[in-house]
Design a protein around this ligand. Structure first.
Ligand code: ARG
Length: 459
């Protein structure tokens, strides 16, 4: 293998598998843009502070700009011998402009360099994640608006509990995504801090100007402690944690979608564009995309636990273990963005089976609370009312009757307070419509949620 950038004190060459095992270039080349951006800012700062003469700075800047063009044109070739993206770029720069390239690394270490690249990488992706979440929120609001009065069973313990509005259901996910966005926005605060200038771990004797570099790179803050700067990966852990929670939300919805398209439920029909067939069973229409997003939540959780485990026993400051921070984070971005996109398309094109959803609320005793409330409103203590209705339900099960199918005489046998107007209250749409309490499923409340959501989305 070729001579190493750090080869001065070495007499023997690394074993070939050591190069292979230690190299990160296969994956950290994803940060090539960020690495060049960081180097440009750093060398400009070296010129600004007169640590390097402007003539050298100009050469290095021109060389880095040339590399960036070639990178975008797909013309850069990286090698395992040069280990990682940082040394690959430096080696390519040396090829291009000669030994003056060696001045770029003045007052810098790969430790603050890699941390800076990683911060920049995430800083560039967080807005994309937030944008995709916003797109999905808009879809939820749009669909909720169409389904304020779509009645469906609300569940607890996966048992029919009380009827709800499908719009209300959709808006519940809107709220989850709102918190997700807030978490990612907070994540940005800890990502927007620049490690560069911490050097290897202790700072540098050169009169650097970290504020200048931070400004060049558009970082809001500079790490105030050099040890922390090179060893902190909280910003990545927060990203993985926030991503895990987001994927959990999508996964719950996907689980429901998978159930709802089943023969037993038939609440929802997915578009052909978001389903797949079976290679053997001609009738099949499988909710593969919902299943795959549900499945992919697992790998994101894995990346979170992976990095937490990598970090937990690391003494300050930099350790090579930290190189393990990247693949899981990259993969999480690669998982999150398409999951959000596909989920959005799947939901946008899904058709609720309005009739079927409503029917499901009419033979399930999910209006039992309505009858209990009816009696309570007539002065019977709620506990007592609960008992009366419980007995009626038992009777209904025995005689195969729903509450609304029983005659007034039958109902009055349970309580003389029951009058003709009870049948109105027993209708599921009435049960939903009347839930005017703030945040409830009442149509007016769902409309209020939608109105506020649109304000939040700037619509
Ligand atoms: N490839 C390394 C990483 O990803 C870069 C920093 C290496 N620094 C060092 N002193 N070995 O963390």
């Amino acid at each position: 293998s070729t001579k190493k950038l750090w080869g001065g004190r070495f007499q023997e060459q690394a074993a070939q598998w050591v190069d292979q095992f230690g190299a990160s270039i296969s994956f950290d080349q994803l940060m090539a843009d960020e690495d060049i951006e960081g180097s440009l800012a750093h060398v400009k700062m070296l010129g600004h502070t007169k640590i390097l003469p402007m003539a050298d700075v100009d050469q290095i800047v021109a060389g880095l700009n040339g590399l960036r063009e070639d990178l975008h044109a797909g013309k850069l070739r990286f090698t395992v011998e040069n280990e990682d993206i940082h040394m690959n770029i430096e080696a390519l720069l040396t090829e291009r402009i000669g030994p003056v390239a060696g001045k770029l690394h003045t007052a810098r270490s790969r430790n603050d360099q890699v941390a800076t690249d990683f911060h920049l990488y995430l800083k560039n992706r967080l807005p994309q994640v937030i944008d995709e979440i916003t797109t999905l929120q808009k879809t939820l609001v749009e669909m909720a608006e169409k389904n304020v009065e779509t009645i469906m069973p609300g569940y607890t313990h996966l048992q029919h509990a009380q009827p709800i509005s499908y719009g209300h259901y959709l808006m519940a996910y809107y709220q989850m995504l709102k918190r997700d966005k807030e978490r990612f926005a907070f994540n940005m605060k800890h990502t927007d801090i620049m490690p560069l200038g911490a050097a290897a771990l202790a700072g540098t004797t050169f009169p650097i100007d970290r504020e200048y570099t931070a400004k060049e790179l558009d970082f809001g803050e500079v790490y105030p402690n050099s040890l922390d700067a090179v060893s902190d990966r909280d910003f990545a852990l927060e990203f993985l944690s926030n991503s895990s929670i987001l994927m959990m939300h999508l996964s719950r919805f996907c689980e429901e979608i998978s159930m709802w398209v089943s023969h037993e439920f038939k609440y929802l029909e997915l578009s052909d564009a978001y389903t797949t067939g079976s290679s053997i069973m001609p009738q099949k229409k499988n909710p593969d995309m919902a299943e795959l997003i549900r499945g992919k939540s697992g790998r994101v959780y894995g990346h979170l636990i992976g990095l937490l485990s990598t970090m937990k026993s690391l003494p300050l400051a930099y350790n090579k273990d930290l190189q393990e921070d990247k693949e899981g984070t990259f993969d999480t971005v690669k998982t999150l963005l398409p999951s959000l996109k596909v989920f959005n398309g799947m939901l946008k094109t899904a058709k609720p089976n309005v009739e079927r959803m409503k029917q499901a609320t009419e033979n399930d005793f999910s209006n039992a609370t309505e009858l209990a409330d009816y009696l309570a409103a007539k002065g019977i203590p709620f506990r007592e009312a609960h008992g009366i209705v419980g007995k009626l339900v038992l009777k209904g099960i025995e005689t195969h009757q729903n509450l609304q199918d029983m005659s007034l005489e039958e109902l009055q046998a349970a309580s003389p307070k029951i009058q003709e107007d009870v049948y109105h209250d027993l209708k599921s749409e009435v049960a939903v419509e009347r839930r005017h309490s703030f945040g409830g499923t009442g149509f007016d409340q769902v409309r209020l949620q939608i109105k506020n959501a649109k304000k939040e989305l700037g619509e």
